[in-house]
Design a protein around this ligand. Structure first.
Ligand SMILES: *Cc1c(COP(=O)(O)O)cnc(C)c1O
Length: 291
């Protein structure tokens, strides 16, 4: 349902997960099956993810953050080590022809509702390394060995993703190409309208942008976000600079991160945006920038 703003215009939402009848039917099937977790939908979703990323293994977990946590534990990373394929928002994207999710020893995905494929909440670790995959499987499930007995050699966690949520992800993944095309089209619509007004996002020539979000660079991001929101356009912080958050203060100067944080604005970005929605966002931005 479309919400109205105080000014009487329709609210243009930041995100609108592209889920429908297929996902509802898949969930109903799981609810009737009697197996709500650790069942066939988990394995089916994992096979689909591995195929989509071009990796041997995919292990689903309860969120992108859980994936990152287990990845760090599985790799034995400690202070001073250099990390990271955080591909949480990059399903469908490519780097020099290779799918994101298959670029490093392992990669972390998220299925949060703002991502291209969503399960409501969820995440995954993708890898070609069978030992790493087993370590992730063990740690997401209390430390129990995947094919082993009931002995627990190392304490684990509970970061499992239920069959109910995997059932949502399977039809989503089947439509990855379609979802990706729709997002690419909307991104192009924004770029066409905004390229002369603000810095628009792009990918290097040999890469494919994943379009998890449409983030522009413009001076005074915080003011622009507030002004857009006043007009019923749900813009959002484009990216955070960790060292500017209270939890991570006093770790040094990071001028590049600061500059991007001060200039990055995420615009409403989802498959239900119409041409007239894009016009409204572009007109609002144009008048804000020319002020
Ligand atoms: C979404 C996202 C996360 C967090 O994922 P959650 O599923 O919300 O925990 C981490 N890193 C990146 C790059 C993301 O896009």
């Amino acid at each position: 349902m479309v919400q109205r703003t105080d000014a009487g215009t329709d609210l243009i939402r930041l995100a609108w997960p592209d889920v429908g009848a297929a996902e509802a039917e898949a969930v109903a099937e799981v609810l009737e099956s009697g197996q709500l977790t650790m069942g066939p939908k988990v394995e089916e979703f994992e096979r689909g993810l591995a195929a989509a990323c071009g990796t041997e293994h995919a292990v689903v977990v309860s969120s992108g953050t859980a994936a990152l946590h287990l990845a760090v534990l599985a790799l034995g990373i400690g202070p001073g080590d250099e990390v990271l394929e955080d591909a949480a928002g990059a399903l469908g994207a490519k780097r020099h022809g290779r799918s994101c999710g298959s670029l490093g020893a392992l990669a972390c995905l998220s299925f949060h509702p703002r991502k291209i494929v969503t399960t409501g909440e969820g995440g995954a670790v993708t890898t070609d390394d069978a030992e790493l995959a087993d370590a992730i499987r063990r740690m997401r499930h209390h430390g129990i060995e995947p094919r082993g007995g009931f002995e627990i050699a190392h304490a684990g966690l509970n970061y499992r993703l239920s069959d109910i949520l995997c059932a949502v992800g399977i039809p989503q993944l089947a439509r990855l190409g379609e979802l990706f095309e729709a997002r690419t089209r909307i991104a192009a619509g924004y770029t066409e309208r905004l390229r002369d007004i603000v810095e628009t996002p792009s990918a290097d020539e040999r890469d494919v942008h994943g379009w998890q979000a449409y983030v522009i660079q413009v001076d005074g991001a915080a003011d622009k976000i507030a002004a857009l929101r006043e007009q019923g356009i749900e813009a959002q912080v484009g990216t955070y600079a960790l060292h500017r958050l209270a939890a991570y203060r006093d770790q040094g100067e990071f001028p590049g991160a600061s500059r991007v944080f001060e200039r990055a604005v995420a615009l409403p970005f989802h498959t239900r945006l119409s041409e007239s929605d894009l016009d409204r966002v572009a007109e609002a931005l144009t008048s804000l920038v020319s002020k």
